[in-house]
Design a protein around this ligand. Structure first.
Ligand SMILES: Nc1nc2c(ncn2[C@@H]2O[C@H](COP(=O)(O)OP(=O)(O)OP(=O)(O)O)[C@@H](O)[C@H]2O)c(=O)[nH]1
Ligand SMILES: [Mg+2]
Length: 269
């Protein structure tokens, strides 16, 4: 196991001693965690989408791995007029999972939304997600695969595997979303601190956190969303390299669903 496993809780405590966070538009509020890898082309449109769809107060943590990332000059220019926009260097180690972990280190208590910079995620879903969070759900999952959801474009094999993972976990284990692998997701930051993050490679991090919360009976909701394949920039998705991580948390979620079946049957008469 990775020596950093389960260290997210400590990391998050350490965040209080790190650089000060930018003020949200009005304290307290939503934190957006946006991992970026050379997203200069997409980033200004992402900021416009955030301003259009997300009700203040919020802050945006733009998590990059290295100083030469093409997103950085663009993000810094836009941040000059937006105190809530904050580039954050991922010091944990390169890669998407570590970037998201680094974002959670910085996120204060309250709702934390992970959103991609490639414009694939539909931010008009966010007000409904916040409503479901305020109703007591600690994780809210936008779903491409439930009624009302859509997926437009993307590689066929990846689409097929993602859909199969979602459907099988839903029907075999009663997983709380049809879309187990989508990383566009809202979390309670304190819950993430308690659960800890073990993923260090790719985007299996959303499946990990949701599976751990599901195993503990934490309230989780889903809501339909539309996902569109990126039109600019390069995909960094590494299916074969990341598959073992996905399989680990898939098996965990399946076992949790079977173990929790009597409790679930009581919850859903
Ligand atoms: N910091 C950091 N961010 C990354 C890394 N890889 C990808 N990202 C960012 O994570 C988000 C999603 O990455 P994508 O490469 O689009 O991966 P995906 O959305 O799962 O897959 P596709 O869009 O289907 O290819 C984007 O905002 C990327 O810029 C990485 O190694 N480090
Ligand atoms: Mg993408």
């Amino acid at each position: 196991m990775d020596p950093r496993a389960n260290s997210a809780g400590n990391d998050l405590n350490a965040a209080a001693q790190g650089e000060p966070l930018p003020p949200a538009r009005d304290e307290p509020g939503l934190t957006l965690i946006v991992p970026v890898y050379n997203e200069a082309e997409n980033f200004p449109r992402l900021v416009a989408e955030i301003e259009r769809h997300i009700p203040p107060p919020f802050r945006v943590l733009v998590v990059y791995d290295f100083e030469e990332d093409s997103t950085l000059p663009v993000a810094r220019r836009l941040a000059a007029e937006r105190p809530w926009l904050c580039p954050v260097r991922n010091e944990i180690g390169r890669g998407a999972a570590n970037a998201i972990r680094a974002g959670f280190q910085k996120a204060p208590a309250g709702p934390a939304l992970v959103v991609m910079a490639d414009l694939s995620d539909d931010l008009s879903t966010v007000p409904r997600m916040l409503e479901l969070y305020r109703q007591g759900n600690r994780i809210v999952c936008p779903s491409r695969y439930m009624r009302g959801g859509r997926q437009i474009g993307g590689p066929r094999l990846k689409r097929f595997l993602s859909r199969m993972a979602g459907w099988s976990l839903r029907w075999l284990a009663g997983f709380p979303t049809h879309d187990a692998t989508n990383n566009f997701r809202l979390y309670d930051a304190e819950l993430v601190r308690q659960l800890g993050i073990e993923s260090t490679q790719g985007f299996e991090i959303a499946l990990e956190l949701t599976a751990k919360a599901f195993a503990r009976g934490v309230p989780i909701a889903q809501t339909p969303t539309t996902w569109r394949d990126r039109t600019a920039g390069q995909s960094g998705f590494k299916l074969m390299k990341w598959l073992p991580g996905y399989l680990r948390w898939y098996r965990y979620a399946l076992a949790a669903g079977i173990r929790r079946r009597p409790a679930r049957e009581k919850e859903e008469p």
